[in-house]
Design a protein around this ligand. Structure first.
Ligand SMILES: [Fe+2]
Length: 296
């Protein structure tokens, strides 16, 4: 396996690896540590069966089961299809085209999300990723000190949007899941590195007036999505693209909806929660990190 840096400001690519034959603990430990250290990882040129991809997913934590959604695959509930088929109902189109981290409206957010490219359009379909660890490091020290112990309030569809963004708001879902709290600065449960945690669901800060909290979150989100912290990744056929949800935000870019040859996109998504089994001993050594408690 060769690891090289992406041309973007961060992230790495793993090449020369055939996961259908080499999904060993040793290989997986190396991939997990590349993701934790570099926030995003692409593994090129894979030809995995559905069963093997789901087995790969389980190495990263406990996969979320998407039983409720229309695009779940009944045979593998860990996996959902993301497609730009012309038959996609209007309400699902470009639903991820806003800055967020996954499942942050839930008490335990996703730890890792992965997308496996089955079909890729000739143009378009990129994902933008903001590196929240680099963004945190670049803040003035006084700001870091001020926000380090703050707690943010999250709900589905609750965030101050950035200019030009659309934040989906689904009232019945918001009522169902309610308001949850996450640290505004997340310490990574395995590496201990700090990162801003200002997903699109953050709408307030505990202990601050409503408008002050909203303004602080909007300011931190605008800082974190500056071009020097953002990578643009296109998932090609055979790529597995992973992001560390504790150290990144992501935004889909709007895509054309089409079933034409060369314009179709089909991705299989798996998101996990909790820690990879292979990292549990490492994480246990990081005692005293309060934020790790609600991630496990
Ligand atoms: Fe997402």
């Amino acid at each position: 396996m060769q690891i090289s840096r992406m041309p973007s400001p961060f992230g790495v690519v793993a090449a020369g690896l055939d996961l259908s034959r080499e999904m060993t603990d040793e290989t997986m430990r190396a991939l997990i540590s590349q993701l934790h250290d570099n926030q995003i990882l692409v593994i090129e040129n894979q030809t995995l069966s559905d069963a093997d991809y789901v087995r790969f997913g389980h190495f990263w934590g406990k996969p979320l089961a998407f039983f409720q959604q229309s695009h779940v695959r009944n045979d593998f509930p860990e996996m959902i299809r993301i497609s730009n088929s012309a038959s996609t109902p209007a309400r699902y189109r470009d639903g991820a085209a806003h800055w967020h981290s996954d499942s942050t409206y839930e008490p335990v957010p996703a730890a890792v999300t992965m997308l496996y490219g089955i079909e890729a359009p000739a143009t378009g379909g990129e994902t933008l990723i903001a590196n929240m660890a680099l963004a945190y490091d670049a803040l003035p020290e006084a700001t870091r000190r001020r926000i380090d112990t703050m707690t943010a309030l999250h709900c589905l569809g609750g965030s101050p949007a950035l200019p030009g963004e659309k934040i989906p708001f689904i009232p019945e879902e918001t009522a169902r899941v309610g308001i949850v709290k996450h640290p505004l600065v997340m310490r990574h449960p395995v590496t201990g590195r700090k990162a801003l945690f200002t997903s699109g669901t953050a709408f307030g800060v505990e202990g601050l007036e409503r408008d002050e909290g909203r303004a602080l979150i909007a300011q931190l989100r605008a800082h974190a999505t500056r071009p020097e912290f953002v990578a643009k990744v296109k998932v090609r056929k055979g790529d597995i693209f992973l992001w560390d949800n504790f150290q990144t935000m992501h935004s889909a870019t709007p895509i054309d909806y089409s079933d034409a040859e060369g314009e179709r996109r089909l991705l299989y998504r798996i998101s996990t929660k909790g820690l990879p089994d292979l990292c549990k001993a490492q994480a246990a050594a990081l005692t005293g990190i309060s934020s790790a408690a609600n991630l496990l």
